[in-house]
Structure formats: C-alpha cells, structure tokens
Design a protein around this ligand. Structure first.
Ligand code: CS2
Length: 481
C-alpha cells in the first residue's frame, strides 16, 4: 500500500482527487501545535480558502513543540492528509493541502524562530492546549514561578514553553525590523487572545528594552472562538479510510460536519478572506466564547467526569444515559443564567444542536480525551459560572456535582476500579494529596483545595464547601451504581 503524498494523489479514486493549487510560495501562516484539532479545523478552513483563491494561497508551516509524532505523520506525506467529516447524513472526505511541513521546534528551535520572523509570515495561529499558556492557577496570568517559565525569562535560545517559542520569533522579527503580524489563539480559554498577549508581554519585559513596546505597536492578538469536535483517530478509522482511499495516511483527521470559527476583526498585517469559507468576523467575541465554553465545553467536562467515573467510554453513550443527560440539562439551566442575553442567539436551538452533536454515533469521542488536562479546563468551564451563581445566591447543584465527579476521578480510577488512563499536569499532585488525606471525604476535599489554586476563592465559601463535600460523598457512595 502506498503512502499518501503529492505524487500519489492521482492514485486516489477519481471522486477523491483534489484540485491542486500552488504550494511552492513561502507559507503565510505559522501554526504551533499540529494536533487533531488543527487538522480538523483551521487547516481545513485555509484549504477551502486556497481553492477559492489559488493565486494567493495561505499555506501553513506547522511546528511541534513537544513530540515528533506530527512531523513523522505529515512530513513524509508532504503535509497532505485526509479529512473526514462525519454525520448521520454521511461523510465528506477531502485531502487537505494547506499544510506544507511540520518542524520539530523542540529539536530545532531556530526553524520556528526564523519562520515567525520571516517577512512572508502574516499570521501565527496556536492550538497549544490550555496548559500551553502556563497560567497561574489562581488567575489568568503567566506563572512566573514555574521552572520552564523561569528558564525562558533568562534565555530564549532553547525556549521551554510555547510562549517562549513565540516570543523568540517575535524578538527576531523586532530585531530584523519586520512588519506587523497577528497572533491568533485557537484554544478553549476565556479571552484567549488577551491571555496570550499578557503572557507574551510579561515574558518580553524580562528581555531587551524596546521589545515590549514593539509588540504593543506591531502585534495584534484577536480573541477567537473555535468549535469542531475532533476525536483522537483510532486504528479502525485508519483502516476504514484506507479502504476508501486506497492509500495509507498517518495524518488522518476525523471530525464532525459542524464547524464554527468566530474571530475578532483586529488583524495586523494581511488578513485572510476567511469570511469566504464561513468564518464570522466580530468586534467582540465574548458572548460567543462564553456560550461555547459554558454550554458545549462545560457539558463535555460534565460527561467526561461523571461518565468516566461510571465506566462509560464515549460521549454518544454518555449523553444517552438518563443520569448524565439530566445532569447536563440541569447544569445548562444553571450556566445559562451567567450568559449574555443577545438577540441573535436562541438558547433552545443551540442546546438541541449540541445534543445532536454529542449523540453523533459516527464519532467515537472518548471521555478520557476530554478528561485529559481537566484541571486546566475546570476554571473557565465550570468554576467561573459556579462562582458567578454563588455570588448571586443562585443554586449550584449541578455544577457542584460536576466538581464532585471531577474529584472522584482524580484517583485515576473509575468507580469500579478501572484505570482511566488520562493525563493532567496536576495529576501527581492531586493523587498524592488524595492518598495522604486518608478515608474521610472531608479531609480529601480539604487536601485538594490546598493544592489546586483554581478552587481557592471558592473554598472560602464554607457553605459551598459543605455542599461539595456532600456531593462528593454521594458520588463516591453506591448511589450511582
Ligand atoms: C473538548 C473540546 O477535549 C475537550 O476538552 O471539550 O476539545 C471540544 O470537543 C471542542 O472544543 C469542540 O469545539
């Protein structure tokens, strides 16, 4: 079986052979973090745009910050990969051509630094996940006490963090008197652009004079809301796609048909005409972002935490379990009151479409994938609306159940003792705290409060702490079996 690459495109079944476009110009986009989501979402948008404007393609140079796998998957394929968007109505299969190559920035930091500084580069996009922003758990700011951040404050020769890698490129661009550009975060964080800007500036202050000011004047950091469910690819997905295409593809992306991208219209440098492929430009993305985080992502986290605890494996199974569906419905009733009320938004229609998307049986979206890094996801999805409702003295029963379920899975095991196998930057700390706390649910909750600053402010509300202890005890007890 041949492997997909630019010389093998004509071996694809005729219906799948893409129109090609010129991929020789220098990329205008540099992307950090070439995982499943980037392939399912941003790279697919740029590919569609390039088909409409082949004379000025927006090509992407990818950079991996942690593992070699994206480069190993995509470089032998000239950056090409198959994109499958599945729904009940069938699958759309395309070959995405917007990505040109992936550099391993952890081995060759210079390759990424010079790509960001290159005059052709107009836009740097990021999917570095929540933890990539090195936030201090208690607020949104860069955690200046982390070892990796501290190293990047001293030297950017071999950056240890994504923010350091970005800054190394911006500093080179500044030194070379480069043109303005845009940094566009595509991660599920509140105010993702603002968080990125503050982190970059906080680090820049420790480097040469003038850099901070140059970034302030020449770099924009629009906030954006991204939405597309992109489950990790399974061996079965690979086999099925291989049968369909006749080619081996190590870079495959599996996703749903729904896709959304809303971006603040605040670009420096050239702006791609992404509106031609369905992107919405707005002055302020806040309302879009809050809805998505507190409805879609919060529900995902609720399903992932309680569902994993109850030994359920996939999102579509979890949402069809009455216990979980009613938790999600109740949680939505709670979070909905914390959302801006705008005329252009119909909550009932939005929630109905989320249920359909979650129930999509053609996606095997594993709950452990969502439970991964949940200590970084809880604040913007669950804890922020919870704190806002507490401040209004509104009930927080469902949101508290989600926190309780999250606590339950921090042992790394389900209720039946199955290893869940998700990773989280705090998992060791949380597990140790729980193990050392003994058998009392109260001391266990206290131990987690002590090591997880995101719960900090909420922990001062004694009444809520008691409510959480009770919810945790219920979750740990027999009542869910
Ligand atoms: C999910 C998101 O893994 C997770 O945390 O909630 O990746 C979710 O699928 C996307 O944000 C959907 O747009």
């Amino acid at each position: 079986m041949y492997r997909l690459n630019k010389d093998k495109l004509q071996r694809l079944p005729r219906a799948l052979q893409p129109e090609t476009y010129d991929r020789t110009p220098k990329p205008k986009v540099v992307h950090l973090g070439v995982g499943a989501f980037h392939r399912a979402h941003q790279a697919w948008y740029f590919d569609r745009l390039n088909h409409l404007e082949p004379e000025y393609p927006w090509l992407i140079e990818g950079a991996s910050l942690r593992s070699k796998s994206a480069g190993e998957q995509l470089n032998p394929q000239d950056g090409l990969y198959v994109h499958v968007a599945r729904s009940a109505a069938g699958s759309d299969v395309t070959v995405v051509q917007s990505l040109t190559q992936v550099v391993n920035a952890f081995e060759e930091p210079e390759a990424l630094t010079s790509a960001i500084a290159r005059p052709d580069t107009q836009l740097v996009t990021l999917t570095i996940t929540e933890k990539g922003y090195c936030q201090n758990g208690g607020n949104d700011d860069l955690d200046l006490h982390r070892e990796d951040v501290k190293r990047d404050l001293v030297s950017l020769e071999h950056p240890c963090t994504a923010i350091g890698s970005l800054l190394a490129g911006l500093r080179r661009r500044y030194r070379e008197k480069g043109q303005p550009l845009t940094i566009l975060s595509c991660d599920n964080l509140s105010h993702n652009g603002d968080v990125t800007r503050r982190a970059v500036l906080a680090m820049a202050e420790h480097h040469e004079a003038g850099l901070t000011e140059w970034i302030g004047d020449n770099v924009s950091f629009p906030n954006s809301m991204v939405d597309r469910i992109a489950p990790a690819v399974t061996a079965a997905d690979r086999d099925e796609t291989q049968k369909l295409t006749g080619l081996e593809d190590h870079g495959l992306a599996i996703t749903e048909q729904f896709s959304q991208w809303v971006i603040e219209n605040n670009f420096k440098g050239q702006r791609p005409a992404l509106e031609r492929v369905g992107v919405t430009w707005v002055d302020n993305v806040d309302a879009w972002e809050l809805r998505k985080l507190r409805l879609l992502n919060a529900a995902h986290t609720a399903l992932a935490c309680l569902g994993s605890w109850l030994d359920i494996r996939f999102v579509h199974e979890a949402i069809s379990d009455p216990r979980l569906e009613s938790l999600v419905d109740q949680m939505w009733r709670e979070t909905a009151t914390t959302l801006p009320d705008t005329e252009d938004f119909n909550l009932t229609t939005y929630l109905a479409s989320l249920k359909l998307r979650f129930g999509n049986p053609h996606l095997q979206h594993a709950l452990v994938q969502i439970a991964t890094d949940s200590s970084q996801k809880l604040p913007q999805r669950i804890l922020a609306p919870l704190a806002e409702r507490l401040a209004q003295r509104d009930s927080v029963t469902a949101l508290t159940t989600v926190v309780a379920a999250w606590l339950c899975i921090q042992t790394g095991q389900s209720q039946r003792g199955t290893d869940l196998g998700f990773s989280d930057p705090l998992s060791e700390t949380l597990r140790r705290a729980l193990n050392e706390a003994g058998d009392s649910y109260r001391t266990q909750v206290d131990a987690v409060f002590a090591v997880y600053p995101a719960l900090g402010a909420l922990g001062e509300d004694d009444k809520w702490r008691e409510q959480l202890i009770a919810a945790y005890a219920t979750c740990r007890s027999e009542s869910h079996r």
